[in-house]
Write a protein that binds this ligand. Structure first.
Ligand code: GLC
Ligand code: CA
Length: 559
C-alpha cells in the first residue's frame, strides 16, 4: 500500500454559512473563514474541505449551484476567495472544494435555456421525459420527499430531480455536459486548489430507460435508489473525469456515495483504477434508521457500529482507502448520536475523537466537533431552515396527519440543522458568530460550549484533538497499521490492535456510562506506553485488566 499525503492528512470541513460572519448580516462568509485560519492552524489540521461557496439561490444552502465559476454574493467575491487560498497556502493548509455535478440549480443558465424548448442546444444537459398515462415518467422519489419528477408546462415534459425541485439532475449521458464539467474543474484546479469532495457522485449514472423501481425493501434511500446509485456507467465517468480533468494535478478526491458497499468501494478507490482516492460511505450513519428510512428512529447500538467499521477496516485493508467521519453538515452531532452529550459530554467527545483518529483511513473533523458541540432542540418548526427537514415535516404532519410531537422528536435526533447551528466562538450574544441576527439560531448552550473557553482550558476537547492530530503525525502506525478487534463480543467496550513495522498499538474505548473491565488477551505483551487518554491514567499501570471509567479511551504503544 503506497504512502500518500492525503492518507496522512487530517481534514476539517467548513460549512461556510455557519462558520464565522465578518460583516454582521448573520451569514458566515469567506472573510470570516480567513479570520479563523490561525485557530485552525493551531488545531493542527492539514486540509480544509469547503462546502459550496458558488453562486446559488440557496434552496439547499449552496448545493444548488447557479454559476460554478463565481462566488456566492453573501459569501464574498472571487478576490476574497483567492485571498483565502493564498492565506491557507501560506500557512501550509490545503483546500479542497465541493464539486456538485449530479445536479445544478434550476437558475443555472444551462437549465434556463434547457427548459425553453425541446430543440434548445442545452435541452440534453438535463433529463427530460414525457409523462406516462398523464402522470410522472416513473415512480422514483426525491431524497427530499415527493416525486423525483417535476412537470414543466413550456414543453409539456417532466425533468428529473433526485433532490429538490430546484435541483434538476444533469444528464451525464451527454458528452458535451461532461466536457463542461471537466473544463469547470480545471478552472478551479488551475487556480491552485488541492482537490475535490464530490457531492453524491455515485448518482450521476442512471439505469437505462429509467424504469419504475420495485419498492425496495429496507433501503435507506428514496425508492428508485437501486436505479440511480452506482449506475451502469459510473466507473466509466469517474475514469474519464480522472483522465480529462484530474490527472496532471497532485490533488486528492473524495466521493460522497450513499448506498455504496465495501466491494464497490474497492472498485472506486483501488489506486490502479484511477477513479477517486476515497469515498464517504453511509453504512454506519444508517444503523439508527428503521425500515421507514432516516426518520424512522432506532437505537444506535455500539456492537452494530463496531461490526460495520470492522467490515470496512478489513475490507479496504489491502486495496483502496477509507475516509473516517462521525458527523458532517448532513448528520447529527456525534456526541449526541454515538455517546453522551450531557454529564459525560467532554469525555464522550474525546473518546469518539480517539476512535476516529486511531482507525486506518483519513479522518474528517466537522466544524465544532473539536469543541464537543451538540444537537439542538428548537421548540418551533419555524426555527428550522433545512429543506429536507421542512419538506419531510410538511409531507408527514400537514400531508399525512402524522403526530407533530413524534415528527419533532425525529428532527431533534436526525435533522440536518443539528449540525448547522453557528459555531460557538465565545460566550457573547449569538456565541460571537455574528453581530447581527444569525440565519439559523445558535445552540443555547454556547455559554458553556465555545472556542474561547476551550482554548483557555488545557483539558478541553479542543486541546485533546490538537494532541491526537499531533500524535498521528509522529506515529505512522496510526495511519498505516493493520486493524484487529480485541474482545469482539463485548457490549460496551470497543477495543482493537493496530500493527505496523513490528510495532503494536492498543486502543480501548468504553462506549458506555458504566465501568466495564477491559481484558488483554493472554498472548499480548502487557507493558505499554500510554500515548493518550481522556482521563488521568497511570502510565506505568499493568493493563492486563483495566476497569474503564464512563466513556474512557486509552491508547497504548506496546513495548
Ligand atoms: C449531498 C450533500 C447535501 C445535499 C445533497 C444534494 O448529500 O452533502 O448537503 O443536500 O447532496 O446536493
Ligand atoms: Ca456575512
Amino acid at each position: 500500500m503506497s504512502e500518500q499525503w492525503w492518507k496522512e492528512a487530517v481534514i476539517y470541513q467548513i460549512y461556510p454559512r455557519s462558520f464565522m460572519d465578518s460583516n454582521g448580516d448573520g451569514i458566515g462568509d469567506i472573510k470570516g473563514i480567513i479570520s479563523k485560519l490561525d485557530y485552525l492552524k493551531e488545531l493542527g489540521i492539514d486540509v480544509i474541505w469547503l462546502s459550496p461557496v458558488y453562486q446559488s439561490p440557496n434552496d439547499d444552502n449552496g448545493y444548488d449551484i447557479s454559476d460554478y465559476r463565481n462566488i456566492m454574493n453573501e459569501f464574498g467575491t472571487m478576490t476574497d476567495w483567492e485571498r483565502l487560498l493564498e492565506e491557507m497556502h501560506k500557512r501550509g493548509l490545503k483546500l479542497i472544494m465541493d464539486l456538485v455535478v449530479n445536479h445544478s440549480s434550476d437558475e443555472h443558465a444551462w437549465f434556463v435555456e434547457s427548459r425553453k424548448s425541446k430543440d434548445n442546444p442545452y435541452r440534453d444537459y438535463y433529463i427530460w421525459r414525457d409523462g406516462k398515462d398523464g402522470s410522472e415518467p416513473n415512480n422514483w422519489e426525491s431524497c427530499f420527499s415527493g416525486s423525483a419528477w417535476k412537470y414543466d408546462e413550456t414543453t409539456d415534459q417532466y425533468f428529473l430531480h433526485l433532490f429538490s425541485q430546484k435541483q434538476p439532475d444533469l444528464n451525464w449521458e451527454n458528452p458535451k455536459l461532461r466536457e463542461e464539467v471537466y473544463d469547470m474543474m480545471k478552472f478551479w484546479l488551475d487556480k491552485g486548489i488541492d482537490g475535490f469532495r464530490m457531492d453524491v457522485i455515485n448518482f450521476i449514472s442512471k439505469v437505462n430507460g429509467l424504469p419504475d423501481a420495485e419498492q425496495p425493501d429496507g433501503r435507506q434511500y428514496a425508492p428508485g435508489g437501486d436505479y440511480f446509485m452506482n449506475g451502469p456507467k459510473i466507473h466509466d465517468y469517474l475514469q474519464e473525469m480522472h483522465e480529462k480533468a484530474l490527472s496532471g494535478y497532485d490533488v486528492m478526491t473524495v466521493g460522497e456515495m450513499p448506498g455504496v458497499n465495501v466491494e464497490e468501494a474497492k472498485l472506486y478507490t483501488a489506486e490502479e483504477r484511477k477513479e477517486v482516492n476515497m469515498v464517504f460511505q453511509f453504512e454506519h450513519v444508517d444503523l439508527d434508521a428503521g425500515p421507514g428510512g432516516k426518520w424512522d428512529l432506532r437505537p444506535m447500538k455500539m456492537s452494530a457500529l463496531r461490526d460495520s467499521f470492522t467490515k470496512w477496516q478489513k475490507g479496504l485493508e489491502q486495496e483502496g482507502w477509507n475516509s473516517l467521519y462521525l458527523n458532517n453538515h448532513d448528520q447529527p452531532r456525534m456526541v449526541s448520536r454515538f455517546a453522551n452529550d450531557k454529564e459525560y459530554r467532554v469525555e464522550s467527545a474525546k473518546m469518539l475523537a480517539t476512535f476516529l483518529h486511531t482507525l486506518k483511513g483519513t479522518p474528517y473533523i466537522y466544524q465544532g466537533e473539536e469543541l464537543g458541540m451538540t444537537n439542538v432542540k428548537f421548540d418551533s418548526i419555524d426555527d428550522y431552515q433545512d429543506i429536507e427537514t421542512l419538506n419531510m415535516y410538511r409531507e408527514k404532519v400537514i400531508g399525512n396527519g402524522e403526530d407533530h410531537d413524534k415528527v419533532m422528536e425525529s428532527i431533534y435526533v436526525k435533522g440536518r440543522d443539528n449540525a448547522r447551528t453557528p459555531i460557538q466562538w465565545d460566550d457573547t450574544e449569538h456565541g460571537g458568530f455574528t453581530t447581527g441576527e444569525p440565519w439559523l439560531k445558535v445552540n443555547p448552550n454556547y455559554k458553556e460550549i465555545n472556542a474561547k473557553q476551550a482554548m483557555a482550558d488545557p483539558d478541553s476537547v479542543f486541546h485533546y484533538y490538537r494532541k491526537l492530530i499531533g500524535l498521528r503525525k509522529e506515529n505512522p502506525i496510526m495511519v498505516y497499521g493493520s486493524y484487529d478487534l480485541i474482545m469482539p463480543d463485548h457490549d460496551q467496550i470497543y477495543a482493537y490492535r493496530r500493527q505496523y513495522e513490528g510495532q503494536t498499538m492498543i486502543v480501548m474505548l468504553n462506549f458506555s456510562g458504566d465501568t466495564p473491565v477491559f481484558k488483554l488477551p493472554a498472548d499480548f505483551e502487557s507493558k505499554g506506553e500510554l500515548l493518550i487518554s481522556n482521563y488521568d491514567a497511570n502510565a506505568e499501570e499493568d493493563i492486563r485488566e483495566v476497569e474503564l471509567r464512563p466513556y474512557e479511551a486509552r491508547v497504548y504503544i506496546m513495548k
